[in-house]
Write a new protein. Structure first.
Length: 283
């Protein structure tokens, strides 16, 4: 095994950092792969690591090795990439956020037109539970390294304030707690988080809040996007997204969808088996 003490790698945002095999192993452990598989992959990547190698290349190497061992673990490992495949319009990501909130007990509507005090607004997700009434906007990115900057929470907060004036005039809303929120599939800049939290927005990204970001909630609730499945082609995933299907859970609940998009019966068993495994929650 070659020494990786002095080897630097390049992150998606072009930052140069030392390669840390422990970080690689921790990311692999999130897939629930067997420890011997994790150790084996980590050692093989250590042998192949080179100065200036990108984290993208390292991910590709690890994913290929993991897929050869366990398709379900590979699906879990590609969660971040799978969220970026909920495009290109971003509407599937809005549906995905709606599904997460629905499984957390909210009544949700996706793509709603609401009249504000000044103008109409198209709201990505409206979520209601008990006395909570939330206006959620979704910022979708198709590639890593693109952070959600302060302009987005500034814009969303101003829209929320306009909608909130109208909401407060509705019957039965005297005791409602109205909040605006921002969900993104990547990360927030420091300024974006500072403003969003100061303004009282519900801020959610790939890894924020700590232990309750998208990656944590997906694992906890068993709500993996169907784009995580490694035994579906890109074209097949697109057909399902076009039908409004975004979760492995939905696919497993309605197997006939596979036939509807032209997938041969011989492939159904493996696809549905992986879907079932990814539906398991950690609660």
């Amino acid at each position: 095994m070659k020494s990786t003490t002095q080897i630097n790698i390049v992150k998606y945002n072009n930052d140069v950092v030392p390669f840390d095999v422990n970080k690689l192993m921790n990311s692999l452990r999130r897939t629930n792969a067997a420890e011997n598989i994790i150790q084996d992959i980590a050692h093989k990547i250590e042998d192949q690591i080179e100065e200036g190698m990108t984290t993208k290349k390292i991910y590709q190497l690890a994913f290929k090795m993991l897929k050869g061992k366990s398709s379900v673990s590979a699906s879990k490992y590609k969660l971040k990439k799978a969220l970026m495949e909920l495009g290109p319009s971003g509407f599937p990501f809005e549906r995905f956020v709606g599904k997460i909130l629905a499984h957390e007990g909210y009544e949700t509507e996706v793509g709603v037109i609401e009249q504000g005090n000044c103008v109409q607004h198209e709201i990505d997700v409206i979520a209601q539970k008990d006395n909570q009434h939330h206006m959620i906007e979704c910022k979708y990115h198709s590639s890593q390294g693109r952070f959600c900057n302060v302009k987005t929470p500034l814009y969303i907060h101003s829209r929320f304030l306009d909608v909130e004036i109208s909401w407060k005039k509705l019957n039965g809303h005297e005791n409602k707690i109205h909040k605006g929120g921002l969900y993104t599939n990547t990360r927030f800049t420091t300024d974006a988080l500072q403003y969003g939290n100061c303004a009282g927005l519900l801020m959610t990204s790939w890894d924020y809040p700590n232990n309750n970001g998208l990656k944590d909630r997906v694992d906890r609730l068993g709500l993996h996007p169907l784009t995580a499945l490694t035994n579906l082609t890109k074209a097949e995933k697109t057909k399902l997204l076009d039908k409004g299907i975004v979760l492995c859970r939905e696919l497993h609940a309605t197997p006939s969808l596979l036939t509807e998009i032209g997938i041969h019966q011989k492939r159904h068993k493996n696809i549905l088996k992986d879907s079932e495994e990814l539906c398991k929650s950690e609660d």
